[in-house]
Design a protein. Structure first.
Length: 415
């Protein structure tokens, strides 16, 4: 029996290796040309730090696509059928990130004369409501903030609609920013390291213990529900796997954590995504005569970005890099393809994008800035964000069928 099972696994691995299409060489060349042109433009308009930020974004996108590393699917699989495979990868990612972030934040060390500062934000109704909205939105939109970017880079047509709605939602969130953040009750920003007396070492130990509990809890749930495992993606072997094959989730988790720590040292803040969407929406609004400078969100230091090139905005540059990195990974695997979007799916993308954009803006971030970056920065708001996004995901399991979107069952396999 063991031999037969081993033989079946070997055959499955060989099958996965044979189904990868040929590389899309013309598109690879186009992607590399765009990367070089953008690199030249960024270096000309800004500086070396911004150029490194752009290439870190390419690294994020390349990694996300190769592992199909998701936050949306991880939450859905866990709540729908108890599959915690992707959530365990999240815990690995967060554990590595915290381990790297702790000494950086404790010392404040960063390159280019900056001081490294984490994402530590207030905890109030804005986070509770915003994260809940985001949880619903990412299940309808088909991806989270990072997932939307790398899916756009990978050629998923519906995600272009999600991204456009995401930008609109982010812009609307800045319009109502003052109400959610200044007028509703809220606790101050709470750092588990600096606000509790634990210090970075104590907070690191506490968070690692929580990660371990969640990690083990997913195994308990798996034993109880016996969920299907995720189908392996087409891959290759050896060095070629780095360029064309799928990566293990745990490898991508470590890579993302390391890239985020390097980002913290290069630009002085962790990886972020959605503040760029708010800026793009504001610039578009200004172009049609809407004056946003009087809005609370744009009345402070953020107002400088309105008059500058988007290439001077580090989060925008990161986002451009994520899209391009995912595009390069996609065409290297021969997987870039645009398809027609069904009507119901398009409506779901619009609704999901609007909810995510608005939710992320009022919740001080998305699955990257609040969940990943917040928890890695030892911020309490990151944990509140995770809980409320899971709650939103649970509700969305009942909403998805209204848009013709499937909800995994215990008998299903995941791809």
């Amino acid at each position: 029996m063991a031999m037969n099972q081993s033989t079946m696994q070997t055959k499955q691995h060989q099958l996965n290796q044979t189904v990868l299409p040929h590389p899309q060489k013309l598109l690879i060349g186009c992607g590399l040309v765009v990367a070089l042109l953008l690199s030249y433009a960024i270096l000309s308009v800004v500086d070396l730090r911004q150029l490194l930020t752009f290439w870190l974004g390419i690294g994020f996108g390349y990694t996300l696509f190769h592992a199909r590393f998701g936050f949306t699917s991880a939450f859905r699989r866990l709540l729908a059928v108890g599959n915690g495979q992707a959530m365990r990868a999240h815990m690995i990612m967060l554990a590595v990130a915290c381990t790297l972030f702790a000494p950086i934040l404790a010392s404040g060390f960063a390159f280019f004369g900056q001081t490294a500062t984490g994402y530590v934000s207030p905890v109030g109704w804005s986070v509770v409501v915003g994260a809940f909205m985001f949880g619903i939105g990412m299940q309808l939109g088909g991806g989270c903030a990072s997932g939307t970017l790398y899916a756009v880079g990978g050629g998923r047509s519906a995600m272009f609609i999600t991204l456009a709605a995401f930008i609109v939602g982010s812009f609307l969130g800045t319009w109502h920013w003052g109400f959610w953040v200044n007028e509703l009750p809220s606790f101050p920003a709470i750092s588990l390291a600096e606000s509790t007396g634990l210090g970075f070492l104590g907070a690191w130990i506490v968070q690692l213990a929580v990660f371990a509990v969640i990690f083990l809890l997913t195994y308990v749930i798996r034993r109880k529900k016996q969920p299907p495992q995720i189908k392996p993606l087409p891959t290759t072997s050896g060095v070629k796997r780095f360029f064309r094959g799928s990566w293990p989730l745990w490898a991508a988790a470590i890579a993302l954590a390391v890239l985020n720590a390097v980002t913290l040292m290069v630009r002085g803040n962790p990886w972020g995504v959605t503040s760029a969407f708010a800026l793009w929406g504001a610039k578009a609004a200004q172009a049609v005569g809407i004056d946003v400078t009087q809005w609370t969100y744009w009345s402070g230091a953020k107002s400088a970005s309105l008059d500058q090139s988007v290439l001077a905005h580090s989060t925008s540059v990161l986002d451009f890099g994520v899209i391009l990195g995912a595009f390069l990974a996609s065409v290297a695997g021969g997987l870039f393809a645009m398809k027609k979007v069904p009507f119901k799916r398009a409506i779901a993308s619009i609704v999901g994008g609007l909810l995510m954009g608005y939710g992320a803006r009022i919740a001080f971030g998305c699955n990257i800035g609040a969940y990943f970056g917040g928890i890695a920065s030892f911020s309490l708001h990151g944990w509140v964000w995770m809980i409320m996004a899971l709650a939103g995901t649970f509700l969305a399991l009942y909403i998805r069928p209204l848009f013709g979107m499937s909800v995994p069952k215990s008998k299903d396999s995941f791809c």
